[in-house]
Design a protein around this ligand. Sequence first.
Ligand SMILES: *Cc1c(COP(=O)(O)O)cnc(C)c1O
Length: 363
Amino acid sequence: MQPQPYLAPIPLRGRISRTQPRGLPVVNMGFNELPYPPLESLQEALREALGQAQSYGSPHCDALRDALGAQNGLSAERIVCGNGSEEILDVIARCFARPGDEVLISEYGYIQFALTTHRVGATLVKAPERNFTTQVDAMLAAITGRTRLIYVANPNNPTGTMLAVSELQRLVRAVPPEVVLVVDLAYGEFAGGGYPARVHDLAADHDNVVVTRTFSKAYGLAGLRVGWCHAPAWMIPVLYAARGMGTVNALAQAGAIAALAEQAAIDARVAEILSERARISGALGQLWLEVVPSQTNFMMARFRDGSAELTERLVEALFDEGGFVVNRTREAGLERFFRFSLHLPENNDRLVDCVREFVERRA
Ligand SMILES: *Cc1c(COP(=O)(O)O)cnc(C)c1O
């Protein structure tokens, strides 16, 4: 007899552990990160913060919240920062969901939503998608008297698709006021048209809507672990009740503030990724792959006539021939897809070349 945990164990993920057989550098395209190193001004800010690391960072991230508020036209009072937006998603669940409650997501919703739901012992409910995209009507139809929380990643990971603002608005208006709706904007900066600002506007006058953002994707700071949310005023102290005191460390706060001061450079990097997205999507389309239209910095694609097994072989070949680590998409219904984050143009070109060679060997 051993102690019984409340949680089902999650085995450590088996990554490609063999060395690259050709001695090529390994290019990780599996985490939706940006390929650029932090700007020099950020590195400088981190070095400076390091020299003061004997002190705690600001427990409530005061200067960072001020900077975020100013940049996004929001009140700093309505912002909570976290150790990645992952923590924010978890904090929200700790506040609002317990065993017996239902948490609603869409069919291919972000995997963390499911993990977080299990952590608090609530019941996960999934609403069907159409064209790998969240359907507002299906989500609304899946709401029951037990639904406490809805998570929508928009754009979504792993599918890369999203709801237009008008559809999101329809969802926001129709969700019952006693249900919390979380709109995860981790990839909002890649959706174009000032999408994040429009979503913040939408959330501003709803007392049950939380918008989450992150520095991990467009801001290229995944390793610093900084996320934040824009939440209704009444909810802020509730969220702090569930969040650890010092979860956003002092270096992370300094780096995030420095990143906000470099918005033009950040925007230019996002623009380069968007241009690569269009280019690579076209190139893969010509190789007889079906590419799901992406609103993010990653793409999900499959062979039009291929099996899940063929995709497995492609993923292995991309590593062996090119040093690329991409994702297999193992969710039920997505098994035939692979997914990769867009990288520097030369690496994207090499990836397309590897796919082309794989296709030619097969023919
Ligand atoms: C990457 C990602 C996040 C961000 O996670 P962090 O904890 O902020 O690094 C959140 N939501 C989605 C959908 C993501 O893909």
